[in-house]
Design a binder for this molecule. Structure first.
Ligand code: IMP
Ligand code: MG
Length: 176
């Protein structure tokens, strides 16, 4: 499949992804059964993951969204920008951070730093995808959907210069 100037091929099907997302949701539902966690989804990429996960989460919870950007094209720009921040107090709250993909780790590393300064009760980090070979900033991930190679992916919320977010499956840059 062609998106802009690049070719992509299937990596994970929508069914495979949903299966794993439901597993994680079940584990979180059990872990937080006596609490009312606040999910924080990082826009734009995590919106599809967050929607699927929260539908499979049982028990009282809230969800909110932040927007942090460091990417342009297929590589990190090196500059973090908060485009949309948190509106409510998170002091004393149990936070579950939902990220689409951890690449260098920079987005989550700095975001978690800023959350910790606001004194939540706990922070749980969840990323659908994780590229262990790309990590440059130390972060702890409590739940990972899939570990993948250090290749650019699109679909299921993730984009290449704005396109591809609506694809139900996950696709990887073709090696040719
Ligand atoms: P990090 O700060 O380098 O870990 O990058 C994390 C953010 O970059 C993610 O939230 C994505 O929005 C974006 N990103 C990283 N890798 C990819 C990719 O392979 N495809 C699409 N977006 C990506
Ligand atoms: Mg993202």
């Amino acid at each position: 499949m062609q998106i802009h100037d690049l070719n992509f091929q299937l990596l994970l099907s929508a069914t495979q992804i949903l299966c794993r997302v439901q597993e994680i949701a079940a584990q979180l539902s059990d872990q937080y059964k006596t609490k009312c966690p606040l999910f924080i989804s990082i826009l734009n990429g995590a919106f599809v993951f967050a929607a699927d996960l929260i539908k499979s989460y049982s028990g009282p919870c809230e969800i909110t969204f932040v927007k942090i950007q460091s990417y342009s094209g297929t590589s990190s720009s090196g500059i973090l920008q908060t485009v949309l921040g948190l509106e409510q107090s998170i002091e004393g709250r149990d936070l579950i951070i939902l990220e689409d993909i951890v690449d260098s780790g920079k987005t989550l590393h700095f975001f978690i730093d800023s959350l910790q300064q606001q004194k939540p009760h706990s922070i749980c980090t969840v990323s659908l995808l994780y590229k262990p070979n790309a990590i440059q900033f130390p972060i702890h991930l409590d739940y990972v959907g899939f570990e993948i190679a250090n290749d650019f992916v699109i679909g299921y919320g993730l984009d290449y210069n704005g396109l591809g977010r609506n694809l139900p499956d996950l696709h990887v840059l073709a090696q040719n």
